[in-house]
Design a protein around this ligand. Structure first.
Ligand SMILES: [Zn+2]
Ligand SMILES: [Zn+2]
Length: 331
């Protein structure tokens, strides 16, 4: 449904962005369907945003009119807590201000990127390097940083074996980034349907999780497993794939609790962890890394009228690999 939303007047430290593309993230779908709790309707979602600066406030120094910029999953934080001071604004203790469905500093509910314009504090606006193709930028702001951050934190690199569970929007970025970091990458997907793509993105191995032999053959193998699936998984089965001191990191977000057998953690001193997007400095680092290594998401560009159909296709895993809305179709 098309509607009109109000953006706040440009403050001294704000940037006005004319949006060109917005990615469709699984979180958008969970949110609009109420999977994660009550929703402050009416709501515009979208937290993978790219566009150009068209106006800046009087005190803005980081961005200029005409710059190509991006906005991801958060648009502000308290800036004072321990985590904000450590550059981990995504873990702001009082809670970061999400790009949509959060209460903004002026008391209004934030509205996301499926829209023509957005006003954002300059500190939460990212510079987009020229090397990244324009229509492919947006998914980096959520899918890219969500996978880059744990890969960097748990030291994916030469000599490490990384498994990526799920080959969707997040999974395909995890593969490309881990390969660029120098890790030996294995994809664990329900079927072998996307094997050719996985190998093209640089994975060395590709296994079907629907085949029980996979879990026997790969026992005690990986240093790091990035689980991108947002449906429940058999955690114990995946923990069994970790070698000594290995970590299973969840970045997909199933609404249900996941049971874990503690003995599966004792073996090999394994860890079961979670990770949420990344800080602003790290998000900039990720964009620069992707530009430097020539990596970008695989996208299918759609008009705004096709969003509902796109949601159905995301839910049935029928997207290779991220839908991006051409915001010109809203103008
Ligand atoms: Zn997202
Ligand atoms: Zn904070």
């Amino acid at each position: 449904m098309r509607t009109t939303i109000e953006r706040r007047d440009l403050g001294a430290r704000d940037v006005l962005i004319e949006i060109t593309y917005a990615g469709i993230c699984h979180s958008d779908i969970h949110t609009v369907r109420g999977d994660w709790g009550a929703v402050p309707y009416p709501l515009t979602v979208g937290h993978e945003i790219v566009g150009h600066v068209t106006e800046v406030g009087a005190e803005v120094t980081r961005h200029a009119v005409g710059d190509r910029v991006g906005v991801g999953c958060m648009v502000n934080s308290c800036r004072e807590c321990e985590n904000c001071r450590a550059g981990q604004e995504q873990y702001c203790l009082p809670g970061n201000v999400g790009t949509y469905a959060s209460v903004d500093r002026d008391g209004t509910v934030t509205q996301g990127g499926y829209s023509t314009h957005i006003v954002v504090d300059q500190d939460f606006v990212l510079r987009v390097p020229d090397a990244i193709p324009h229509e492919a930028v947006a998914p980096l702001l959520c899918a890219g940083i969500t996978t880059y951050s744990p890969l960097a934190h748990w030291n994916a690199g030469p000599g490490t074996k990384v498994a990526v569970v799920g080959m969707g929007g997040l999974g395909h970025m995890a593969v490309k980034i881990a390969v660029a970091m120098g890790a030996e990458v294995t994809v664990l997907s329900q079927t072998l349907g996307k094997k050719d793509d996985g190998l093209r993105f640089g994975a060395e191995h590709y296994h079907a999780t629907s085949d029980p032999v996979t879990f026997e053959a790969l026992a005690n193998t990986f240093d790091l497993i990035i689980n991108t699936v947002s449906a429940p998984i058999d955690v114990d089965a995946y923990l069994g794939l970790l070698r000594l001191d290995g970590t299973l990191v969840n970045v997909g977000a199933p609404p249900e609790p996941l049971p874990v057998r503690v003995f599966a953690l004792f073996n090999n001193r394994r860890s079961f962890a979670g990770s949420s997007i990344g800080g602003i400095a790290e998000t900039q680092q990720m964009l620069d890394f992707c530009a430097e290594h020539g990596i970008a998401p695989e996208v299918e560009v759609i008009g705004a009228e096709a969003v509902n159909d796109a949601y159905e296709r995301v839910l049935s895993s029928d997207v290779r690999y991220r839908f991006v809305i051409d915001i010109d179709s809203l103008r």
